[in-house]
Design a protein around this ligand. Structure first.
Ligand code: SF4
Ligand code: SF4
Length: 212
């Protein structure tokens, strides 16, 4: 029937309007900005850079590989790689971004940067309250403004963040096991070399005044 959808919509609106006088569940609006609905886990708006530990510079996961910069469709990511290196989450020396800016006035929230990052360093935020009257200054975010702790990431995307944490824990365990195996092998080589040298010295000892 023509107009059936419109009629259904009007009926639903009327039910909510009248029902809101008797049931809180029928109140479909909130008094924003004083009241805010909690964000769902799958919500996303603009990217953020995740860091581990208390220091955002030291703990920054980004290694400035620039994959996200290349893949970003509207080219709103700007990265300059550092000249020196710092240890990453598993202690491996890595480059880091000397400059990392995102122009969120251009970003279209496609999440491609997140999908392509091999280091789980860039994720999507859920903070939507970003309006400003300075389109050029306040919407070009630098690496400090973009940096958010892993605790914050866990709070906004708990399921996804738990999987990333488990992956990092496995990587750390693997790296520690590798280091331990290397240290054990080195110690075994040293013991073997020391015992061979002792044996050689004993063989070179004169027996009854004559070398053996
Ligand atoms: S969400 Fe999309 S548009 Fe925004 S920075 Fe990432 S890749 Fe670029
Ligand atoms: S956010 Fe990820 S993809 Fe982008 S430069 Fe950093 S490590 Fe590379």
């Amino acid at each position: 029937m023509v107009g059936e959808g419109i009629l259904k919509g009007l009926v639903e609106t009327a039910r909510n309007f009248l029902g809101s006088y008797v049931s809180k569940n029928r109140l479909t609006t909130v008094q924003y900005p004083e009241e805010r609905l909690p964000q769902i886990e799958a919500a996303r708006d603009f990217p953020i850079l995740i860091y581990d530990g208390p220091d955002w510079q030291q703990g920054m996961r980004c290694v400035a590989c620039q994959i996200c910069e290349k893949e970003c469709p509207p080219k709103c990511i700007f990265i300059e790689k550092s000249k020196d290196k710092k240890p990453d989450a598993v202690g491996k020396p890595q480059f880091f971004p000397a400059v990392f800016n995102i122009d969120i006035s251009v970003c279209m929230s496609c999440q491609i940067c997140v999908e392509v990052c091999p280091f789980d360093a860039i994720k999507m935020d859920v903070d939507y309250d970003l309006s400003t009257d300075d389109r050029f200054g306040n919407l070009l975010l630098n690496k400090q403004q973009l940096s958010k702790s892993n605790e914050y990431y866990n709070a906004i995307h708990p399921t996804e963040a738990a999987a990333v944490d488990a992956h990092f824990a496995a990587e750390r365990a693997k790296a520690e096991a590798k280091m331990k195996a290397a240290a054990d092998a080195k110690a075994a080589t040293e013991v073997k070399a020391a015992s061979e040298s002792t044996l050689a010295a004993e063989e070179a000892q004169p027996v009854g005044g004559e070398p053996r």
